[in-house]
Design a protein. Structure first.
Length: 341
């Protein structure tokens, strides 16, 4: 396509791993364009938990999702990546010269020698609990994510779920809420033990309540929520609340990625562990969307994968160039690229 944007690398997905890939590729003088279906960079960190603390990023004892994204954006600024937001990739094809053409639903086309899929779990949407009439309250009293904690100040909150998200937001929002309740269908949780212990301590101190049961209905007039009807081991009961946060996990969908002829395993893209290349030469997958023996779905792991991927991508883009591995701490040329020399 003669009107296609020319670049070295197209990155599909602008979450933390996609952003760090820009840094690693930039150190090797590779120009990147990023495509993301969201309206801003950051992926799930920015969209679903911008204020949620993250504790396993090296050198940061604690950093929230949006701060991590902000720091990554600052780190890649010297390389001037170009973003194509609010767009979904609809086509990926190999050209006769072994480059790729990537097209989006906004009518844009990009030609690159390398494509990096960093799309997390694909497009994601929250799993809704099967409660009649819940749609009527979505966005006013029912929320599936927390974008700004201050919005929940002085609310009477009921959180439903037993995973990390449910426990984390119970602990983080409890100081702001007028009242806090957590309900789960059993008293065992799929969450970090420390979070569970802290939740029980708050409950024992009377600073929140825990309910064993499942929601069966909503109380209210379709506009204003007043509570939830539930059923537990001892029968039916009601919980007074004006805000519900159901955390039942996310449904991940690969969307068009599934039609690109890549080797998939349970909706994940199989890669090697030397270059994180897919079954199609020149197409790489990093972050939560890939799979290999021993895979850990951690941001940290995605950063490692991006570093090795960049070395392999450089060999494809510049096959005749000798690659000399350098450290940013000692390389004057790298420091000039970063603007710190």
């Amino acid at each position: 396509m003669s009107d296609a944007i020319e670049t070295d690398v197209v990155i599909i997905g602008a979450g933390p791993v996609g952003l760090f890939a820009v840094f690693e590729l930039g150190l090797l003088d590779l120009k990147c364009h990023l495509i993301d279906i969201l309206d801003k960079p950051g992926g799930q960190c920015a969209e679903l938990y911008p204020e949620k603390p993250i504790y396993d990023i090296p050198a940061y004892p604690v950093i929230d999702g949006q701060e991590l994204v902000d720091q990554l954006m600052l780190q890649i600024k010297p390389f001037a990546p170009e973003f194509h937001l609010n767009q979904m990739v609809t086509g990926l094809s190999r050209n006769d010269d072994d480059t790729f053409t990537v097209t989006t639903d906004a009518g844009e086309a990009m030609r690159a020698k390398v494509v990096v899929i960093a799309a997390g779990g694909g497009s994601f949407q929250p799993k809704k609990p099967p409660i009649p009439g819940i749609d009527d309250y979505e966005g006013t009293a029912v929320f599936y994510s927390v974008r700004r904690m201050e919005d929940f100040r002085d609310r009477n909150i009921l959180i439903i779920g037993g995973g990390d998200s449910a426990l984390d937001w119970t602990l983080n929002l409890q100081p702001l809420a007028a009242s806090m309740a957590l309900m789960h269908r059993r008293d065992a949780f799929r969450a970090a033990p420390d979070s569970v212990n802290k939740m029980w301590a708050l409950a024992e101190a009377g600073q929140m309540t825990f309910h064993l049961g499942q929601a069966t209905g909503l109380l209210g007039d379709g506009t204003t929520l007043t509570g939830v009807a539930a059923k537990g081991p001892d029968g039916e009961f009601e919980i007074a609340c004006d805000t519900i946060l159901p955390f039942f996990g996310l449904t991940m969908k690969l969307g068009p990625v599934a039609d690109w002829g890549l080797n998939l395993h349970e909706n994940l893209i199989a890669v090697d562990t030397e270059k994180f290349e897919t079954s199609e030469p020149g197409i790489f997958a990093v972050g939560d969307i890939n799979t290999y023996p021993g895979k850990l779905k951690l941001i940290l792991s995605g950063f490692h994968e991006a570093a090795l991927m960049a070395q392999a991508a450089k060999r494809i883009v510049s096959p005749d160039e000798r690659i000399v591995f350098q450290y940013t701490t000692s390389s004057t040329s790298l420091q000039k690229k970063l603007g710190v020399a």
